[in-house]
Write a protein that binds this ligand. Structure first.
Ligand code: F6R
Ligand code: MG
Ligand code: MG
Length: 365
């Protein structure tokens, strides 16, 4: 059976105005470059989209995960876009491109990356999610809902193909260590960890059925300890497989209907509700937010992405969006007070330490 690799690679290469959204002509530039890579048979298919100020390259190919060729394609594309963004005068041009020269793998260089290599089923529904103004742990809640909570995913109870549950691989982002936990057997242990999304981040979900294999992959790259050190948050992406042994499309998107509170928002330093939006609203405005998630769905066939749908472009998510606006309004009224502002432990990687430094000598016993 032929294997297909799906790579979702993203970077903030510059935006307008401020950190609001990607500049449309640069997305067109990215599409031109991906079209060329397709002509050269480097990739099978692609989609370029944006989540707020992040440019997202969705690529299918047969080069496997961690392919140097594919990572270099994404890196070179982001470098060109970053350079053009600088010339145009976009804000934060090249902000996620932390290194000068490509070193074989895009991980640890600034961009984020989620990848899956799968044996395509005869019909392979694939969903993609990208968030802006939040951190990879923001996926902990919806991924748990999809793959472990029977109140969200009916199939866990009533479909024998899902009934055995799933295995979660969780990363401790401070220690750069992984632990595998199976659900439902170890659900309480899993929740003990992923309920703290600033430290424990779900990286992969696997079916217990070896014929089905990997079910989901989430990016954790900036967290993947550039030079062995935790370097703060990064807007994450995820790839989720669906149907016939995996959660249904409707069960997967259902996981985003709480508008759950995530860390990020203004200056990466506040809590806010994660609002599911269509691509038309993939721009972070109010208080640089609220944090947003966009979702795209396709059928994958021989590496081609067929029949794309903008998943949250649907009135059935209006109630969630209304609730998010209400929560945003309430929490904003707290201004600089916790829990609107993040706890000090999470402010360590922001600009706050420099502000506090000047008071250091003024503390009396
Ligand atoms: C959050 C984010 C924005 C910026 C804010 C300040 O992830 O990107 O909220 O932190 O707009 O940006 P600077 O420091 O570039 O003026
Ligand atoms: Mg930005
Ligand atoms: Mg961003």
């Amino acid at each position: 059976m032929v294997k297909t690799t799906i790579s979702l690679i993203k970077a903030d290469i510059g935006s307008s105005p401020g950190h609001v959204t990607v500049y449309e002509p640069l997305m067109v530039r990215a599409e031109e470059m991906m079209e060329k890579a397709k002509d050269e048979n480097l990739i099978f298919d692609f989609v370029v989209f944006n989540a707020g100020d992040d440019t997202e390259l969705l690529l299918t190919h047969d080069k496997g995960v961690d392919s140097e060729e594919i990572h270099k394609l994404a890196w070179d594309t982001f470098m060109i876009l970053g350079k053009e963004a600088r010339e145009i005068g976009l804000y934060g041009a090249g902000q996620d491109l932390l290194k000068d020269t490509f070193s074989g793998n895009i991980k640890g260089m600034g961009p984020g990356c989620a990848e899956l290599e799968i044996e395509e089923r005869p019909a392979e529904p694939l969903l993609f999610f990208a968030m802006d103004k939040t951190e990879p742990g923001a996926f902990n809640y919806p991924i748990f809902q999809m793959f472990a909570n029977p109140f969200n995913t009916a199939g866990l109870i009533i479909d024998s193909k899902l009934h055995a549950g799933f295995k979660f691989s969780v990363m401790d982002v401070y220690e750069a260590k992984f632990v595998d936990l199976v659900c439902p057997e170890e659900m309480y242990d899993l929740l003990a960890l992923i309920g703290a999304p600033g430290k424990y981040v779900t990286k992969y979900v696997d079916s217990k059925n070896p014929d089905l294999g990997r079910a989901a992959a989430i990016s954790t790259d900036k967290l993947a300890l550039i030079a062995g050190k935790y370097v703060g948050k990064d807007d994450p992406v995820a790839i989720v497989r669906s149907q016939s042994g995996f959660p249904a499309v409707g069960e997967i998107v259902e996981a985003f209907t709480l508008g759950h509170l995530v860390s990020g928002w203004m200056r990466g330093s506040h809590r806010g509700p994660l609002m599911p939006v269509s691509l038309d609203y993939s721009q972070c405005v109010r208080f640089d937010g609220p944090p947003r998630v966009v979702g795209l769905g396709f059928q994958l066939k021989n590496g081609q992405l067929i029949g794309g749908v903008d998943l949250f472009d649907d009135p059935s998510f209006d109630a969630t969006r209304d609730k998010c606006n209400e929560i945003a309004e309430y929490i904003r009224r707290h201004g600089p007070f916790e829990p609107s502002r993040l706890p000090l432990s999470e402010m360590e990687y922001t600009t706050l330490p420099a502000v506090l430094q000047k008071l250091e000598d003024r503390f009396r016993e």
